[in-house]
Write a protein that binds this ligand. Structure first.
Ligand SMILES: Cc1cc2nc3c(=O)[nH]c(=O)nc-3n(C[C@H](O)[C@H](O)[C@H](O)COP(=O)(O)OP(=O)(O)OC[C@H]3O[C@@H](n4cnc5c(N)ncnc54)[C@H](O)[C@@H]3O)c2cc1C
Length: 669
């Protein structure tokens, strides 16, 4: 959202609109299109002052005041039905899963954000609402507010000072007292005030024409409105993210008409579309890469492996026009894994696929990284932007739900290829003696890829000098203290990390040098004994975390690396994700780079019209990705050196690579 959304704030106008709302108020969200319309059409005449009305101090206070029992299921049903009717999506499940405790923290946050400028504060308020209504986040939690602060580009230290300042609290209290004076009983309530203090109040049920009538009444002279005449494309270039309904209301069009126009822009690769249960949201594409339908729909792609790379590629290839099918070795409920960190480059790639908000919905925001030595001195600290902790199973489920049932075949273990006379693969054989034939064959079968071994048997995975035990643990009592910080404790031969995954769940990992510690078994008791013994000198929290873990669920990870392949393709087969370039866990790039691969490959493929030409893009893809992957690998080497080296005096490096780099948005020339 830019200043465009609220141009009225720019200058002092004759009329003022006092808008009493609340960040968690569903009717305020539903009226969002109309408040924007008011701002656009009467920008020459009015200033809008947003005030927070204190809808929910706490659930207990609400029950006391209304003498009623708080019923989450009623709220859920209300949100679901209202959003459907209003075409502004709201996910009511939050009331069943994690009811919002209070609307006071996000209200105070809005006043604190105002200190950094009214436009930024309004952007921030919108982000908070999107987090609640679209991403199902409890915006009463401070760590969620901090995440929104970072997305809005506010200065976090400045914000936190104001968030806790008594002045901000008094400002909120004053507005709450004023609310009583105006007798505001529901939200949103708009009070139109003229320069001699005459006023007209309209309550939440009032429609837009009623607002206009109130405005005309207090203006005491004819008032000319400026109906928006610009195009949908221009509107989206000015405002970051809008629902079809918002665009339709602002531009005086029907939702159907707007969606037809935007669908045409979407097919040209100019906008990104995010589909929700009850509405579609749009954003202008700010990347040179597109996933556009251009391929002859008869072309068939065979994808070996249904992990992050395979599933995202199937989604993208279907979008560009392929018939794409995934062949996965495991059954549908096969091991789902634990979790990983989603960095900015992975989130940007998912944004381009129109899945940015869906991934944020299932991910837990991580705002900080902190590393300590054994004496608990801080050895590194870092602010993180656009960082999520994601359960792998949730991610696989979300991606699978974007595909049709027939797009994935399970229990299909790759065996070998069938080649034509030119030596190019045309078919894939599986261990159950079945075969599939297609125009495009993609190897996305992970770190121990059989496809890669078939193409490049001379390239082998080598031990790196450390191994890792990873486990998920339920620690609801820890979540009051550790909700959004990735902690790492660094000892000489060991490092232990703790990452919050939301809802009281944490993933911990213990990395150990194989030159100093020996564990070669996946046996539950041996893993437990090994970990508890290795960390017996660690601070109590880390020991407690291990103590409470179920080691039968702990994953023993024998980290391996491999020399870079000369190219990511051979014999007409393209490799992506871990199959193409295994990256060590210290880079945190496994899932992120796999999704980037998928988006970039799909972009290059979509530029070619025929299958013959398409294969040429494998070389383009390799050229483009090679430098990036080489960069991740080298940064991984430096992190490895830091861990394995005896006593590094260098500044401690955080365990992720290129966390702030955005390759998807990079200009490709
Ligand atoms: C079960 C599992 C759990 C994981 N858990 C974690 C975790 O907790 N944390 C973490 O950081 N990383 C984890 N990873 C690795 C992480 O998902 C990848 O590094 C990253 O997502 C890269 O994605 P990818 O698609 O290239 O590989 P992967 O996500 O590994 O996907 C490869 C897919 O190919 C399938 N496959 C393999 N061989 C064949 C074959 N012969 N025929 C057909 N299909 C085949 C695999 O079953 C898998 O589904 C896990 C991987 C797997 C397979």
């Amino acid at each position: 959202m830019t200043a465009f959304a609220h141009p009225l704030i720019r200058a002092k106008k004759k009329l003022k609109v006092i808008y009493y709302g609340d960040p968690i108020c569903s009717t305020c969200w539903v009226k969002e299109p109309y408040i924007r319309k008011l701002a656009v059409e009467y920008s020459d005449h009015i200033d809008i002052e947003h005030r927070m009305g204190g809808l929910l101090e706490s659930i207990e206070a609400f029950q006391r005041k209304t003498q009623s029992v708080f019923k989450p299921e009623e709220l859920k049903n209300l949100w679901d039905s209202t959003s459907q009717a209003a075409e502004m999506n709201m996910d009511g499940d939050i009331w069943l899963e994690q009811p919002i405790e209070s609307s006071y923290p996000p209200s105070l946050a809005y006043y604190a954000a105002q200190k950094q400028g009214i436009t930024k504060a309004l952007t921030f308020l919108r982000i908070l609402r999107e987090m609640l209504f679209l991403k199902k986040k409890d915006i009463s939690q401070e760590y969620v507010i901090k995440h929104a602060v970072k997305i809005a580009g506010l200065d976090i230290k400045w914000f936190m000072r104001d968030f806790y300042s008594p002045k901000i609290r008094s400002k909120f209290q004053r507005d709450l007292q004023d609310k009583e004076k105006w007798d505001v009983r529901e939200f949103p309530t708009l009070i139109f005030v003229n320069d001699i203090g005459e006023w007209e109040k309209v309550e939440s049920a009032a429609d837009y024409p009623t607002w206009e009538k109130a405005l005309v009444k207090v203006s005491r002279q004819p008032i000319q409105k400026q109906v928006a005449t610009y195009s949908t494309s221009y509107l989206l270039s000015q405002v970051d993210f809008l629902a079809s309904k918002e665009i339709a209301v602002i531009l005086n069009k029907s939702v159907k008409q707007v969606e037809q126009e935007l669908e045409a822009l979407y097919l040209k690769g100019e906008v990104i579309k995010e589909t929700y249960s009850h509405s579609i949201f749009w954003r202008k594409k700010d990347s040179n890469f597109s996933i556009i339908r251009r391929v002859n729909s008869k072309s068939k792609a065979i994808i070996i492996g249904g992990g992050m790379a395979g599933l995202t590629t199937a989604i993208n290839l279907k979008k560009i026009g392929f018939k794409a099918k995934v062949f996965e070795r495991r059954p549908p409920d096969g091991r789902r894994g634990l979790g990983f960190l989603m960095l900015k480059n992975g989130i940007d790639a998912l944004n381009l696929m129109g899945l940015g908000n869906k991934i944020k919905k299932i991910g837990n925001p991580i705002n900080y990284f902190m590393a300590f030595d054994l004496q608990q001195n801080v050895i590194a600290e870092r602010d993180l932007n656009d960082f999520l902790a994601l359960r792998r199973g949730d991610c696989i489920e979300m991606l699978t739900s974007e595909l049709e049932e027939e797009d994935i075949a399970y229990n299909k273990n790759f065996s070998h290829f069938e080649y034509n006379e030119k030596g190019e693969a045309v078919g894939v054989h599986f261990k159950d003696d079945t075969a599939e034939y297609g125009d495009l064959i993609i190897g996305a079968d992970g770190v121990r890829s059989q496809v890669r071994r078939t193409l490049y048997p001379e390239y082998e995975l080598e031990p790196v000098g450390y191994k890792e035990i990873v486990c998920m643990v339920d620690l609801p009592e820890l979540q009051d203290n550790i909700r959004d910080t990735f902690f790492k404790l660094q000892d000489e031969d060991l490092a232990m990390g703790l990452v919050p995954f939301g809802h009281g769940k944490y993933v911990w990992f213990l990395q150990f040098k194989t030159s100093k510690h020996a564990l070669n078994s996946n046996d539950t008791e041996l893993k437990r004994e090994f970990v508890l013994n290795a960390i017996k000198h660690f601070p109590p929290t880390f020991k407690q975390v291990a103590d409470l873990s179920d080691f039968s669920q702990a994953y023993f990870w024998d980290i391996r690396r491999m020399k870079m392949l000369p190219k990511f393709h051979k014999n007409g087969i393209i490799l992506i994700g871990d199959a193409a370039h295994p990256l060590i866990s210290l880079t945190s790039q496994g899932a992120n780079s796999a999704i980037e691969d998928s988006v970039l490959l799909s972009h290059f493929l979509s530029e070619y019209q025929s299958v013959e030409k398409m294969k040429k893009c494998f070389a383009t893809f390799t050229d483009f990705r090679y430098k990036t992957i080489d960069g991740y690998t080298k940064e991984g080497d430096a992190l490895l050196e830091q861990f394995l080296g005896e006593h590094s005096t260098d500044e401690y490096k955080a365990p992720f690579t290129h966390a702030d780099t955005n390759y998807i948005q990079a200009k490709f020339v």
